[in-house]
Design a protein around this ligand. Sequence first.
Ligand SMILES: Cc1ncc(COP(=O)(O)O)c(C=O)c1O
Length: 284
Amino acid sequence: MTLLALAVGGRGLVDPAEPVLHADDEAFLRGRAAFETIRVYDGRPFRLDDHLDRLGASAERLGLPPVDVVAFRGIAREALHASGELEAVLRLYVTPGREGGAFPTALAMVSTLPPDLEGRRASGLRMISVQLGIEPGVRAGAPWLLGGVKSTSYAVNMAAELEAQRRDADDAVFLASGRIVLEGPVTNVWWRTGRDLFTPALDLGILAGVTRATLIELAAELGYATHEGTYTVQDLAAAEEAFTSSSIREVMPMIELDGKPLGDGRPGPAAAELQAALRRAATT
Ligand SMILES: Cc1ncc(COP(=O)(O)O)c(C=O)c1O
């Protein structure tokens, strides 16, 4: 992705090549900051309100001051306008600011879309399962573990993606102990048997994906029954098809898990149907 435009709370547009954070910002020192990644379709950020709600909730859980939603809308608009891009990635960040200070920094960045998403959608992804090393229910009663918080402490998620590449796969699926399916490093996980769709429940401490919520609505309109629960990796492996969901990758078929085909080893019909429905919802 290439950064095209940047706007900073209280400053407005800034040259994307210019540094805007201090060396002692806790976002950098300790990975304590909240962020959102939003798909822009035809110049409009999809479900911006939901993303701003989640940004506010993440900031609160991280002990940051309340997010100024109006200011965020303003810098998002400025950055989008300056980018001149209609199909893009909008990222919003709120950092605590300088150590010992009380001035959070708000950033809105507009970037190009990652390359070859459609190629990957057509071929489907080969996945590995990786342990996250937690008990399935533990995050619900342990707010300090930041389950469901979109914070910049994503080094573990990125390391899991790297591990997938190291093992010649495309992406990873996190498991809790008991081989319970959680989510991907940057996606929610789904699978289908017949007309039933399955996705891990939010009380497992996974991120409440905005795309996940959208797909739950769209799936009902398309006549699928969606089940949210606690499922094992064996349930996923036995599915007729599987896919991931996220704002930027949208609905991405999974074709293989730990070296074995998922379903018939090709992108499945529900993934295609939901992807088409998501695009319709986003662009009409
Ligand atoms: C850990 C994790 N799960 C799920 C998602 C999908 O969320 P959304 O659909 O809101 O993009 C993301 C998105 O970045 C994520 O980081």
